[in-house]
Design a protein around this ligand. Structure first.
Ligand code: HSE
Length: 291
């Protein structure tokens, strides 16, 4: 039996739609695998009732098939499904790392990212790697069709998850299919600024680089109270606030020492809109690990 802890992740970070991703130190899924003739999947934990156990419909089943590594797989969900915190990616990444270890394959980690992304396609209809890359490699990742770049960084974060469900498919349907040259220039500038901030562990630069007027506003409209939560987090010490992945979680990058104040401000702002929420005070974390 092999057991792997695979972290929640936050994709996009505003300006890096479908490209940037960050591993969060918590929450996480835990995946147990044991060799078997045929793959079976059991799902326990937070929101497990919403995760199909049929291997043809679960991200993890696609991973086991791609690795040709049949197993009895148990997923203990710590990352709520449809949260914007890379729930399906955590399971897919955890399974990829666990099955690779179980069968002693020693697959290159970038190849494992590609395999886990195939699992993601089962859920979203598209194989994008911006959640599975940080879930496997840890830190900050830049996922492009040409390859994955990963960087270690140190940032204080709050991921506030409202009690709302936004499906990735719905959140992708609202994204504009075209953008103006001005928007392109703005996005490139922001994404470059964010990357420099990550390299310097500088929350001010990262926050400035999270600005995005193209994708984020369309997703924010699906989250009750988003504008109030954004304003409250900023007033409490966040340098940048954006929709985490496809939402509804909201990610705040914080000045050191402000995560507690930012977390309560976000929870209070959601509550004022009649929305319950839970805030994870966290930092940038490691990728999936066997333990
Ligand atoms: N980049 C993806 C999106 C992440 O925002 O739709 C969610 O899977």
């Amino acid at each position: 039996m092999v057991t792997v802890r695979a972290p929640a992740t936050s994709a996009n970070l505003g300006s890096g739609f479908d490209v940037f991703g960050l591993a969060l130190a918590r929450p996480a899924d835990v995946v147990h695998v044991e060799k078997a003739d045929e793959t079976t999947i059991t799902v326990e934990g937070i929101g497990s009732q919403y995760v199909p156990e049929d291997p043809r419909k679960n991200t993890v089943g696609a991973v086991a098939e791609a690795l040709d590594a049949p197993a009895s797989i148990t997923i203990d969900k710590g990352v709520r499904p449809s949260s914007g915190l890379g729930s399906s990616a955590a399971s897919a990444a955890g399974a990829a790392v666990a099955l690779d270890a179980l069968y002693g394959r020693e697959t290159d980690p970038e190849e494992l990212v590609r395999i886990a992304a195939k699992g993601e396609a089962v859920v979203s209809g598209e194989a994008h790697a911006d959640n599975v890359a940080p879930a496997i490699l840890g830190g900050f990742t830049i996922a492009t069709p040409e390859g994955i770049t990963s960087m270690e960084t140190s940032l204080s974060l709050v991921a506030c998850l409202p009690d709302i469900v936004v499906s990735t498919r719905d959140a992708r349907a609202v994204v504009p299919s075209e953008l103006s040259l001005d928007d392109l220039v703005g996005t490139v500038g922001a994404a470059a600024t964010l990357t420099a901030g990550v390299a310097r562990n500088d929350p001010e630069l990262v926050g400035r680089g999270m600005a995005d007027g193209v994708v984020t506003p369309t997703r924010a409209a699906l989250i009750d109270g988003y504008d109030a939560v954004h304003a409250a987090a900023t007033a409490a010490g966040a340098t940048g606030v954006t929709v985490s992945g496809a939402g509804p979680a909201v990610l705040a990058v914080c000045q050191d020492g402000t995560t507690e104040a930012v977390a309560s401000a976000m929870i209070d702002a959601f509550a004022e809109q009649g929305v319950d929420s839970h805030a994870y005070q966290t930092i940038v974390g490691q990728g999936a690990e066997v333990f």
